[in-house]
Write a protein that binds this ligand. Structure first.
Ligand code: HEC
Length: 115
């Protein structure tokens, strides 16, 4: 009997194949308005920061600084944010953030371009 945890991780991996970010090119950062971009940064610092730390260097959740995310596949990180890892206290943001917004955030996080 496979554990729920393994099944959930499989689901995130499978989703990574189903929603490669190449297919999302049409919703990428260029089309996110400056107002929405500052809302996203606020959300990152406050909502994500409540677990990942206000400076994103880690807390209950792991560090989201570029060093910590270096070499990690953007699609996988984007799916973790979209679907969450419910068994490990990472909530899903589906419904609150679009795939394009999550793509924009992951790109900023990996480049360390958070104002
Ligand atoms: C309630 C606490 C909580 C909140 C709020 C939260 N996270 Fe997380 N997050 C976690 C935990 C815990 C993990 C680690 C899960 C694990 O053990 O793999 C995680 C994992 C991640 C990962 C994977 C990191 C890696 O190196 O694999 C990313 C990316 C991430 N979170 C981004 C975000 C973003 C972006 C937000 C806000 C939109 C957010 N998280 C909000 C708790 C949270």
């Amino acid at each position: 009997m496979m554990s729920v945890r393994i099944l959930l991780h499989r689901a995130v991996l499978i989703a990574t194949f189903l929603f490669p970010s190449a297919l999302l090119a049409s919703q990428e950062g260029a089309e996110i308005s400056p107002e929405r971009q500052s809302q996203l940064i606020h959300l990152l610092r406050h909502d994500c920061g409540s677990c990942h730390g206000m400076t994103l260097k880690g807390g209950l959740g792991p560090s989201l600084l570029p060093d910590a995310l270096a070499g990690k596949a953007p699609d996988l990180l984007e799916n973790i944010i979209y679907f969450g890892l419910p068994e490990r206290a990472m909530p899903p943001w589906e419904g609150l953030l679009t795939r394009g917004e999550i793509h924009w955030l992951v790109e900023r996080l990996q480049k360390g371009e958070i104002p």
